[in-house]
Design a protein around this ligand. Structure first.
Ligand code: HEC
Ligand code: HEC
Length: 275
């Protein structure tokens, strides 16, 4: 228990380091700590957490603390419908999680952390994240289904479909925003939270590298309009500081950023096997 508490303290303090990996298991089923908070707030919280300790860990896992996610069962859920009238995940996300049609209408979910994917499914089910397609699907999944299907997709190493070569000037602009932000407008860099090259900071912060530009742009617009979660509200704030041109630029940049190179790293980290 003490060891687990230590892991939480460490990963909360450093959402920008790889130390967060063990949190995926520990925090399964709770809200997103660490991601949208200021460093001071995180430090204060970490101190409180240390004193709350084991009791908090117990509280963090209200459901089936003993059951381990079963990616094998998750693969079956991905391939087959879970309930009458609900399409199988693979119809839209593909069995390998790369998105079934390459258009970006369906996000890439392969190798994304199970914790992040599960949070999204709960957010769709509760209506915190609004989407008419995913809401009924998420509602049809039991909490064990969610644990298993997200464990499955988190473990898949899917290829990156080739993308059309977008405008180099647009990509350059996007790269600059992604890497350095814009101090004058108090826009912090994307890489600050999403990691170098948008490789993600599992468990709470998704990778953007290799994600479809169209999907990235849609999500940023959803946040601008208040249609995606405010929990944490970091992304709503970031999105509201971007104009349409900048959204197109960061989206184009992240889709083509050296995705296969970061993919191996993402995968190892989402599986929690890096130190
Ligand atoms: C009919 C098509 C369809 C099916 C079937 C489907 N999805 Fe989705 N899924 C989508 C679309 C479209 C989105 C993007 C919605 C949005 O903009 O919020 C999405 C988004 C998601 C996300 C959020 C990804 C992210 O990066 O935030 C997750 C997780 C997800 N789906 C998991 C699943 C799982 C698990 C299943 C099967 C149980 C499934 N989906 C079945 C179409 C589908
Ligand atoms: C302060 C931290 C922070 C910064 C800075 C930040 N993000 Fe995020 N981002 C997050 C978090 C946390 C999430 C996950 C939100 C959730 O759990 O639903 C996220 C999610 C996203 C998603 C959704 C991905 C998906 O799979 O659905 C997109 C797209 C995104 N961010 C783009 C950006 C871009 C582009 C920038 C830079 C302009 C940026 N972010 C800067 C914290 C940040």
């Amino acid at each position: 228990m003490l060891k687990a508490t230590g892991a939480i303290g460490a990963s909360m303090l450093s959402s920008a380091s790889g130390a967060a990996a063990p949190m995926a298991e520990i925090l399964e089923g709770t809200g997103p700590f660490g991601a949208g908070m200021s460093r001071t707030r995180i430090s204060a919280l970490a101190a409180t957490m240390a004193s709350i300790g084991a009791a908090w860990v117990a509280h963090a896992q209200p459901e089936s603390p003993i059951r381990q996610p079963d990616p094998g069962r998750g693969a079956v859920i991905a391939a087959q419908a879970v309930a009458p009238g609900v399409l199988a995940c693979a119809q839209c996300h593909a069995r390998n999680g790369a998105g079934s049609d390459g258009s970006g209408a369906f996000p890439r979910i392969a190798g994304q952390s199970a914790w992040y994917l599960a949070k999204q499914l709960r957010d769709y089910a509760s209506g915190v994240r609004l989407n008419a397609v995913m809401a009924p699907i998420a509602k049809a999944l039991s909490s064990d289904d969610i644990a298993d299907v997200t464990a499955y997709y988190a473990s898949v190493n899917a290829p990156y479909p080739p993308s059309a070569r977008p405008d180099p000037a647009l990509i350059k602009h996007g790269e600059q925003l992604a890497k350095t932000g814009n101090a004058a407008r108090e826009l912090q860099s994307c890489d600050n939270c999403h990691g170098p090259g948008g490789a993600g900071e599992p468990p709470a912060i998704p990778y953007l590298a290799g994600q479809y530009a169209r999907y990235i742009a849609t999500q940023l617009t959803m946040w601008q309009r208040g249609l995606r979660d405010k929990n944490p509200d970091a992304m709503a704030d970031v999105a509201k500081r971007l104009d349409t041109q900048e959204i197109a630029a960061v989206a184009a940049y992240f889709q083509q950023v050296d995705a296969p190179r970061v993919a191996a790293r993402q995968l190892t980290r989402s599986r929690g096997s890096l130190p």
